[in-house]
Write a protein that binds this ligand. Structure first.
Ligand code: KIV
Length: 266
């Protein structure tokens, strides 16, 4: 019997000390395959701006793009929970955030949305939660702010910066966020945050102690041109096909074999 993945499933996994898995997904064929293998969360990430559309960053992605890809994923999904990214400037104030999150859910078929930012998003997260919109708060490296950050680099290494990310995570939980996702933060900080929160955490370049892991699908299939990020791994190596690679990823995450030290930051 197949079981639909809900936020309750993910919360229960955290309480039981069991991991869950997430991969980015942008179309119906991959959605069907990932769902079939048992990936718990399909993230329609705005990374599609880079891996699908060929942009240099996620900044040019529009709400229409996100609705389009979310709808394709939702058509093929059977059990996985669908999380969709709110693109750049689509949540610049609470009213705009509610309108655009509403589109991703009502038109796209997403079950929850993800937005980037900590305490500055407090009011927005509170208002989204009050409307019954589940929220994942993306902390650490914020790809939509790459132009402000001056590049993609590890966040939270200095003590003050680490404390700020921890207090952002606690603030997001208090505001009503359902999941915290951490990108490119030191392993010890991600562990501290995961232990401090009741809500589940998802990590990417955040070490092995998060409640779940996510990778960009095209990175873990070795398709992304250029240098693969340190935190990723080509799971297609040694497998005879895509389903085998996804199965190997799910198995490695569920059994604590991914990520290893070489994929993590200190
Ligand atoms: O858009 C995306 O793929 C993401 C992941 C990097 C977590 O946000």
């Amino acid at each position: 019997m197949s079981t639909k993945i809900t936020l309750n499933t993910l919360r229960q996994r955290k309480m039981d000390g069991k991991k869950f898995t997430c991969l980015t997904c942008y179309d119906a064929s991959f959605a069907a395959l990932l769902d079939d293998v048992g990936v718990d969360v399909l993230l329609v990430g705005d990374s599609l701006g880079m891996v699908i559309q060929g942009h240099q960053s996620t900044v040019p992605v529009s709400v229409d793009d996100m609705v389009y890809h979310t709808r394709m994923v939702a058509r093929a999904r059977k059990n996985a929970l669908i999380m969709a990214d709110m693109p750049f400037l689509s949540y610049r104030d609470p009213a705009t955030a509610i309108a655009n999150a509403g589109r991703l859910m009502a038109e796209g078929g997403a079950h929850m949305i993800k937005l980037e930012g900590g305490w500055v998003m407090l009011e927005t997260v509170e208002k989204l939660a009050a409307q019954g919109i589940p929220v994942c708060a993306h902390l650490g490296l914020l790809p939509q702010s790459v132009n402000k950050l001056g590049g993609y680099r590890v966040q939270g290494r200095e003590p003050d910066a680490g404390e700020a990310i921890l207090s952002d995570a606690l603030a997001m939980e208090r505001a009503g966020a359902d999941i915290v996702l951490m990108e490119c933060v030191p392993t010890a900080l991600a562990q501290r945050i995961t232990d401090s929160l009741k809500i589940p955490t998802i990590g990417i370049g955040a070490g092995p102690h998060c409640d779940a892991q996510v990778l960009v699908l095209y990175d873990m299939l070795g398709i992304t041109p250029g240098k693969r990020p340190k935190f990723s791994q080509d799971f297609l190596l040694g497998q005879s096909g895509v389903a085998g690679a996804v199965r190997a990823y799910v198995d490695a995450v569920m059994n604590g074999r991914f990520p290893e030290t070489q994929h993590s930051y200190t």
